[in-house]
Design a protein around this ligand. Sequence first.
Ligand code: CMP
Length: 136
Amino acid sequence: MNAPAGDQLRAALSAEEIAELNELGIPVTFQPGAVIFKEGERSNHAVLIKRGHVKVVSATHADQELVLAMRGPNEVVGEMAPLDGRPRSATVVAATPVEAAIVSAEDFNTFLDAHPRVLRFLLTQIMQRLREADHG
Ligand code: CMP
């Protein structure tokens, strides 16, 4: 029998999925404090974090930095713009030295077409944010 849908969907990317996504990407490093995405900018690649941590911050609270989330190894950040073609929804800054892979929107979307489980996993992450936002 299959695992409950929720459990499967919440599972992070598998080693194979990470390796495949990494193959599609261009390796890049960021120093602590480097801006990886700026809220409102028009860029549409996704970033796979291999080492280190990034923080997602809201630029609308620029006077007092509001950290929305942290992302770390084997997690994807910047998945929204390649999916919906809209400007970046938040600013993402390297919190430590970061090693990552930059995956073009085209390759990222082709990858997601071939890996619907990953697409559903990303969808559940976004849904979780919506649920949290609904309850302040
Ligand atoms: P994107 O909008 O492409 O670029 C900024 C990224 O920050 C976004 O994709 C998500 O990956 C991430 N992000 C935006 N808002 C949040 C949030 N509330 N929690 C976690 N990550 C977020």
